[in-house]
Design a protein around this ligand. Structure first.
Ligand SMILES: Nc1ncnc2c1ncn2[C@@H]1O[C@H](COP(=O)(O)OP(=O)(O)OP(=O)(O)O)[C@@H](O)[C@H]1O
Length: 377
């Protein structure tokens, strides 16, 4: 069979039930291209995700399995993209979705200020909370929430209507099984970074990061890697509770305890250059700038503020004792993660109890990553 199929204008694909004509490319992802196609059987436009042939068809099938389960649970009622059909064409695997408009990421880029007004953000967060509540109820599916995976249904109509695309299967709710695959780096929760068990709170974390990004136009925690992510988070909102640090799987990859005898241990950042006993408290370093304090414009991964080098660390070592005491004090402020969720717009008020239920539901997801939520009504 000739497998030399290219996703290009006017190319034809065929399933058992319909012919599809490619109109134009909507976007590219890690698995393949997504094109707007005319579906002749119904004479409507659809979005066809055509998986690259060198990519594992298995991954596509896993995604399809999740979509089937979501559809069975009436996901279309909960701000989740509608998946219609899948088929194989010339060694490509194709998944047909309802055609949506542009992503929130593109929408933010189109805007001069690259940030949204509160009155635009509120209905988006309200809709995302509904989607997350639904996904959490499934018990196994998590959203990979980030502006690229939030699609506008129609970006010129107010209030902005959105749908969530792309999900992950949360095997056993354990980071050991699913880990980093579940969340994209900038939106990855502390539970996942530190290898803790997790629940729906990790999606609330990503929701908080996304809400902050809509408001400021900047990525909230633009860490260049997992280590740098943790540094940004601790700089921005403080240390995770010590009981979490003492228990989780990857703590020792990023941090070390200053004294094994101390009860509880006091954690500090490991430095890439120094011996453990030489490492400063990077999180409280005055040379580092929290992501939330950056200037205008989205930061890319290579624009992050790097750790101060070895010399600066040596210098800070002189003040080590003082910092150590400050460390201990700040670690006692347990549950220090904060984020702002703007829920309760005029549209939310119309939904009355639903809004209250969502608040309860989100507030009930207690863990470090669930963030303290501040409701602006
Ligand atoms: N239903 C849709 N309607 C319109 N555009 C879409 C739709 N689904 C996806 N797109 C566009 O195609 C792009 C890639 O899609 P998607 O993220 O699903 O691919 P992917 O291969 O799963 O990517 P990744 O795993 O890297 O996120 C999206 O960023 C979006 O711009």
């Amino acid at each position: 069979m000739n497998d030399n199929f290219q996703v290009e204008e006017r190319a034809m694909l065929y399933s058992k039930s319909s012919a599809y004509e490619v109109q134009y490319l909507l976007g590219r992802g890690s698995f393949g291209e997504v094109a707007q196609c005319r579906k002749y059987a119904i004479n409507e436009n659809v979005a066809l995700k055509v998986i690259r042939r060198w990519h594992s068809i298995e991954d596509a099938k896993n995604e399809e399995e999740i979509l089937k389960q979501l559809k069975f649970l009436n996901s279309h009622l909960f701000i989740i993209v509608v998946w219609n059909d899948s088929f194989r064409y010339k060694e490509r695997y194709c998944m047909e979705f309802e055609k949506l408009d542009i992503s929130l990421h593109e929408f933010l880029q189109k805007r001069n200020s690259s940030s949204l007004k509160l009155k635009e953000i509120r209905p988006i967060v309200q809709q995302l909370a509904i989607a997350l509540e639904f996904l959490d109820d499934t018990g196994i599916v998590r959203g990979d929430l980030k502006p690229e995976n939030i699609m506008m249904v129609d970006h010129v109509r107010q209030p902005l209507k959105i749908k969530v695309i792309n999900f992950g299967l949360a095997v056993n709710n354990s980071a050991q099984h699913t880990g980093a695959f579940l969340q994209t780096q900038y939106y990855r929760s502390p539970e996942i970074l530190l290898g803790n068990d997790f629940n729906g709170a990790i999606d609330v974390w990503s929701l908080g990061c996304t809400a902050a990004e809509m408001l400021t136009g900047n990525i909230l925690f633009p860490g260049s890697d997992e280590y740098d992510m943790l540094r940004h988070i601790i700089l921005g909102i403080g240390w995770p509770p010590s009981h979490l640090l003492n228990a989780v799987m990857f703590t020792n990859e990023f941090l070390y305890a200053t004294s094994r005898e101390e009860e509880p241990p006091v954690w500090r950042f490991k430095s890439s250059n120094d011996e453990e006993d030489d490492a400063p408290d990077e999180a409280s370093s005055s040379t580092s700038v929290p992501a939330c304090q950056t200037e205008n414009g989205r930061l890319s991964s290579n624009e992050h503020t790097p750790f101060a080098g070895h010399t600066a660390e040596k210098k800070r070592k002189r003040d080590g004792k003082k910092k150590h005491q400050e460390d201990s004090a700040s670690q006692k402020e347990e549950g220090s993660s904060k984020a702002v969720l703007f829920l309760g717009s005029s549209s939310a008020k119309k939904t009355g109890n639903l809004n209250e239920n969502l608040k309860d539901s989100i507030n009930s997801k207690h863990s470090y990553g669930s963030m303290h939520t501040l409701w602006i009504l």
